[in-house]
Design a binder for this molecule. Sequence first.
Ligand code: UD1
Ligand code: CA
Length: 468
Amino acid sequence: MTEEPSFQTLILAAGRGTRMRSRTIKVLHDILGKPMLAHVVEAALDSGSRRVIPILGHQRELVEEWLQAQPYAEQLDVALQLEQNGTAHAVWAAREFFDPEITYTVILSGDVPNMDAASLKAFLDAAVDSGADVGLVTAVLDDPASYGRIIRHNDRVEAIVEYKDASPEQRAVNEINAGIYVVRTSFLADALSLIMERPADNAQNEYYLTDLIAVAAERASETGGVFGWPVEDPRQIQGVNTRVDLARATDFARRRINEHWMLQGVSFIDPERTTVETGVQLAHDVVLYPDVYLSGDTIIKTGSVVEPGCVLRDCHIGEDVLLKANSYLTDSQVGNGSQVGPFAHLRPGSDIGRGCKVGNFVEIKKTRLHDGAKAGHLTYLGDAQIGEGANIGAGTITCNYDGEKKSVTEIGAGAFIGSNSALVAPVTIGDGAYVGAGSTITGDVPDRALAVARGRQKNIEDWVDREK
Ligand code: UD1
Ligand code: CA
């Protein structure tokens, strides 16, 4: 009986990514809610690596800080490549991790973000079955661009030639190197020291990890040789070198996420124009209209409809909620059966109960609307408690800020606030109380009382005839 093979993963992530033309290094660029590197780390962990070791260089403090904050930080180690002398040199910088007890070392590129765990696992299984020393993912492309070319002889992979070093005949090959490898750890240690002993005489004067293939192919008679695994969908292995590539990789990730949710019962009126970031959770019978953007840890429950132009970050939306067009919600909750918008703004800490109505041009912040409360038009509610079934008239403003501190407004259950009222906090409006339209309320209103705080109307009879 052979023992189950064990896996660890190294991730190449030390380069600056000059072609991105950015102050931020390449692998920290975001794809749908998390850095490119996170997509790669998570695929590595989910495909069975017990330990993942990003190889860092440029801006390593930033990357490490980010990695440390992840729930899987325990499973990560870091290697440092202080000068970037090529992909083999990068792996060499992680040589302290070449522990032959771990059967296989997977090597991934931090700039190849869309290889998902299931495909990676399929590749690893096939490579292990083949008994090869080195397995690599390849792809056949219509336009092989500047990828490394796979050189085969009688079908067997013999070498990878980098585009810059390739002859015209080699450049005509359209099978390319994806930058995803699995290497028997014992072989990796031997082969890399061989590559690092030789001068790096190629077009880029770099130590190429791709030379590993030729070393393994040469030894193929004694050992397992090289195993090439053409990927089914080449979009999964698209590398990111420029912002054009980044947009393309994001587009593929978006399609994949949207298709996932459609198969879970979510309707997209136009999936090309709807973005659902990686952390979002959707229930069946949610309907998303075009130009909806959902991000953070947003959750939307069954039967809710999100109309065009809504943007949600870190929001929990209950069942059968209607979010009308162009509403902007952050860090907020909306209870079952409520309606919000069009053009509503729920700022952090808005907690809308069940069966509530928040209408057009209403801004809410750090405020709880208890069940059935309504604020239909042109209102600002900040640092407030709005009682069950209360009705907030058009143009009501909670004056929560006196220039120094924020104060709380409390409005009782069933209260009725007349249009264009200013409620100067701290202030309490009792249960079932009424506020007359146009009032500026500076003192508490008892339960079931009517407060009117404005100049009394005076009519001057025949004034026009007399004066004009
Ligand atoms: C590399 C491969 C190429 C393959 C392509 C797939 C080599 C020599 N070439 O080319 O065959 O088709 O990926 O996308 O491996 N890095 C370091 N340290 C270094 C150099 C690079 O950490 O010293 C990192 C980069 O940050 C990047 C990754 O390795 O994340 C790949 O490097 P990059 O320069 O983008 O290689 P490519 O030219 O794309
Ligand atoms: Ca690259």
